[in-house]
Design a protein around this ligand. Structure first.
Ligand code: NAP
Length: 442
């Protein structure tokens, strides 16, 4: 069996599912170098999945098994840009990018730059202890906030804002966030959907959690819950069981008169302008109606919502990488079924291939498609044999799998002392310190 040397860039779910698929090859003895810019693997499982969703994080057991394969070598704390891509092209048969979507979409409305107007994805990275977001500040000093968008990220952010210290203190939320949220003045979260209940992007388990928050009054206006004629027709035609369940759950939203906190889910409203002098103070909302194509159209009706901060939660967005062809509209590296357009030997999988959609498991078939393209190109003799050894180029300061496990064990041990799943080490220098052999041996 001939050797196939592959670099996988990005150790999140799509990167690890790709590694799993590569290692299954019966045609090649595959050797993988798996890179990540962070000292830690697992991408959004560590830095995106909500801290109160520990069960979802159990997927790391599957990922760890993949990482323990002796044919795979993890190199954390390595950022791959143009310079690295140059040597990688010569040191591997193929390079597969699984770098995800690093930034977010913007609303493009006046006032978006005001203090207190932030990206939900930044807030998520901050409360999950991403080292690059440790110093971010969010305005949580006013009772009412708005979250724009109705995907699962919006739901996570609303739930975390309304959770309360006791509940969060049992999770692996970053310590700095736990401390800040202890003093959080937020009592009312308004989630704003530009379309109707039928078009919401959240999934039922996440919605159910909101319905079941006992100390929160969950309010939806009956006129906004009612399907318009186009949605009703679409609903009847599709008869989707998940949507039936969603509508049932939405109808269970309960006003709890004595509750200290409120969650208000609005449909058919769009933020048009954020107002304030040196920070967010209020928001102009435009009322929408749906068109025949089920897109939102402004009716001209306006209302004002007094708020202290606003989180836009309207989707992640991929960023260009090195000189690879990029589709800016979709935020993906231009590709055909995972093959980077015009770049033999380069592949993509996950969000940087298809855009930021789906749950963790969605990345498995996506990675499989890309790996099958890679392996069939290798079988067809389309990949150039490496002319250099990776060892000539691998940078110093890398964290290997053993190093990650030292940091992992340290965090889990810290968690045991306080009854939490782990206490995350957040600063990069401290992460590197705890992954080093010398510190672990002490
Ligand atoms: P998403 O699911 O794509 O939702 C984006 C939301 O933003 C949609 O409601 C969209 O409405 C709205 N939107 C887009 N542009 C807008 C605009 N200009 N004005 C107002 N609203 C706008 O994105 P996400 O919440 O970031 O989640 C990303 C992916 O991660 C999803 O696949 C999600 O399911 C997944 N995820 C899963 C979990 C979980 O399983 N627990 C947790 C977090 C994230 P339209 O439909 O009208 O465009």
């Amino acid at each position: 069996m001939s050797n196939l040397r592959v670099a996988v860039v990005g150790a999140g779910p799509s990167g690890l599912y790709a590694c799993e698929e590569l290692l299954k090859s019966t045609d090649f003895e595959v050797h993988i170098d798996l890179f990540d810019a962070l000292p830690t693997p697992y991408g959004l499982v560590r830095y995106g999945v909500a801290p109160d969703h520990q069960k979802i994080k159990n997927v790391t057991a599957v990922f760890e098994k993949i990482m323990r394969d002796p044919r795979l070598h993890f190199h954390g704390n390595v950022t791959v840009g143009q310079k690295e891509l140059e040597w990688m092209r010569q040191a591997y048969h193929a390079v597969l990018f699984t770098v995800g979507a690093q930034t977010d979409r913007r609303l493009g409305i006046p006032g978006e730059e005001l203090r207190g107007s932030d990206s939900a994805t930044d807030f998520v990275a901050w409360y999950n202890g991403h080292p690059d977001y440790r110093e971010r500040k969010f305005l949580l000093d006013q009772p009412r906030v708005a979250v724009v968008g109705v995907g699962n990220v919006a739901i996570d952010v609303a739930r975390i804002l309304l959770s309360g210290h006791d509940r969060l203190s049992k999770t692996d939320i970053a310590d700095h966030a736990l401390e800040e949220l202890k003093n959080c003045a937020v009592k009312e979260v308004h989630i704003l959907a530009r379309r109707g209940p039928l078009q919401a992007a959240f999934t039922n388990p996440e919605l159910r959690e909101l319905v079941e928050m006992e100390d929160v009054s969950f309010e939806i206006r009956s006129d906004e819950l009612k399907l318009d004629a186009y949605s009703q027709a679409a609903h009847e035609a599709e008869n989707d069981k998940a949507v039936v369940k969603r509508l049932e759950l939405l109808s269970q939203a309960t006003i709890r008169p004595g509750a200290e906190k409120r969650l208000v889910l609005r449909f058919l409203v769009s933020p048009l302008e954020i107002h304030g002098t040196d920070r967010v103070e209020s928001l102009t909302l435009g009322r929408n109606q749906l068109t025949e194509k089920l897109s939102a159209k402004d009716t001209g009706e306006r209302e004002t919502l007094a708020i202290g901060s606003i989180f836009r939660s309207i989707g992640y967005k991929g960023q260009p990488l090195a000189d690879l062809p990029f589709d800016d509209g979709k935020g993906v590296i231009s590709n055909e079924g995972g093959r980077v357009v015009g770049q033999p030997g380069l592949y993509v999988a996950g969000w940087i291939k298809r855009g930021p959609s789906g749950v963790i498991g969605t990345n498995k078939p996506c990675a499989k498609e890309s790996v099958q393209a890679l392996l069939s190109d290798a079988l067809a003799g389309k990949l150039k044999a490496p002319t250099r050894e990776p060892q000539e180029h691998l940078p110093a300061g890398r964290v290997d799998f053993a190093g990650w496990k030292r940091l992992d064990d340290h965090e889990v041990n810290l968690g045991k002392e306080s009854g939490r799943p782990r206490v995350k080490v957040v600063e990069r220098t401290a992460m590197l310190k705890h992954s080093s052999e010398e510190v672990a041996a002490r």
